[in-house]
Design a protein around this ligand. Structure first.
Ligand SMILES: Cc1ncc(COP(=O)(O)O)c(C=O)c1O
Length: 399
């Protein structure tokens, strides 16, 4: 596949706008839409409970999608639970493990987490009288691994993001996972910004739980997410939602839960979403994660060089090996929303604000950033266009 041209041909929107907002949600390639269309138009039915032909096909395709996801992150088939998104997956982890915590237990995370990997732990800590500690790090988002080692000592659970959606920093998740494992702590990974952009391997990361969304890196639809639950936790993890599909037997006053993964998926799932997600993953695999990383690295290198030339401050690690395809910046004295609105007038879509990472903004002493984020369909020419607009903007500001 020629990168990015062949991918762009599969995504009509790339010829209409410059889309630099893939961290929020990715554009959708045609094969994903076609896979979902096929489900809705050709074999639309509910899964698991039907004997009829359509239900059999739908069940087969739904479970086949689970297999695609499992292989994608090097997990077992039964360890994959479909959810709505990363936020739901992480909330489920906190709720499903709540019963194992005792007052005084320690949870360790970082100051760079998305709210979805912070609030569930804050609430759990309040409810159960737990200690919540944060691994120190600098303003670029680099973690102090010495402090990580100290804080993880004696921890019951460690939760970290793989990649920051606000700063673009790639965290040393593998090392942190090893530290957690040595301490016997549960290791939870928020892979919302890494899955589909770089290798995510639950074994290499030593993950006990891992969450990601279908609509971001994997280029799938919205409304479908993944929760990986290591089989070691099949008994300890209490499904927060139970009911249809989760049982082996029920009487009027009791029930017996069925085996995973059904045990953890109450009610009718997002069947079309799971099928679309699998199509997205297959699409990503056809391109190759190495090609995706290479393209995003090229874009990050050019945009950061260009911003430096224009003396526009940008955030995240200066060491670009640690910088994923997410670049946050500011154009003082303009508010980030005003910059985003100006870019929109030039047909360039970027995000602005606190990016659901208010503690990061507070640490940096800013109210928000403008964020340009990439996927493999973005081109260096688009970055040049963006830099041209920025050049005009700073000229008009600085006179
Ligand atoms: C690092 C990180 N975690 C969690 C989330 C939440 O993802 P979702 O909105 O799909 O639940 C996001 C979304 O941007 C994210 O960037």
């Amino acid at each position: 596949m020629k990168i990015p041209d062949d991918v762009r041909k599969d995504i009509p929107l790339t010829s209409e706008v410059i889309y630099f907002d893939s961290t929020a949600t990715s554009l959708t390639p045609k094969p994903v839409v076609e896979a979902m269309e096929e489900y809705y138009l050709r074999y639309r039915a509910n899964v698991h409970r039907g004997v009829h032909r359509l239900s059999q096909i739908a069940t087969h395709r739904y479970e086949e999608s689970r297999k695609v996801v499992a292989e994608f992150i090097n997990a077992k088939f039964e360890e994959i639970v479909f959810t709505r998104n990363t936020s739901e997956s992480l909330n489920l982890v906190a709720l499903g493990l709540e019963h194992i915590f005792r007052p005084g237990d320690k949870i360790v995370t970082t100051p760079y987490e998305h709210h979805s990997d912070l609030l569930p732990w804050q609430r759990l800590a309040k409810r159960k009288g737990l200690k919540l500690e944060f691994i120190e790090g600098d303003d670029e988002g680099n973690l102090d691994l010495g402090d990580a080692e100290r804080k993880i000592r004696g921890a019951r659970l460690v939760a970290v993001q793989h990649v920051s959606n606000a700063l673009g920093v790639i965290h040393e998740v593998e090392e942190l996972g090893k530290l957690a494992e040595e301490e016997g702590a549960i290791f939870v990974v928020d892979a919302a910004q890494s899955a589909g952009h770089m290798e995510v391997d639950v074994k290499k990361l030593h993950a006990d739980f891992l969450a990601f969304s279908g609509h971001k890196g994997p280029m799938g639809p919205t409304g479908i997410g993944v929760l990986y639950i290591s089989e070691e936790f099949f008994e300890a993890f209490e499904p927060p939602l139970i009911g249809g599909g989760t049982i082996e037997d029920v009487s009027l006053d009791d029930y017996k839960l069925t085996e995973p993964p059904e045990r953890f998926e109450a009610g009718t799932p997002n069947i079309g979403g799971a099928i679309g997600l699998a199509a997205g993953i297959r699409y990503i695999q056809r391109i190759g994660l190495d090609k995706i990383e290479e393209q995003e690295h090229k874009l990050v290198k050019r945009i950061t060089e260009g911003l430096d030339e224009l003396e526009i401050p940008w955030y995240g690690p200066r060491d670009l090996k640690k910088h994923a395809g997410v670049v946050s910046f500011n154009v003082p004295p303009l508010h980030p929303h005003d910059v985003a609105a100006i870019l929109d007038e030039h047909n360039i879509m970027v995000r602005s604000g606190h990016h659901c990472a208010l503690p990061v903004m507070k640490k940096l002493g800013i109210n928000g950033t403008v964020r340009a984020s990439f996927h493999v369909y973005n081109s260096v020419e688009e970055v040049e266009t963006f830099l041209g607009v920025m050049e005009e903007l700073v000229k008009s500001l600085r006179g």
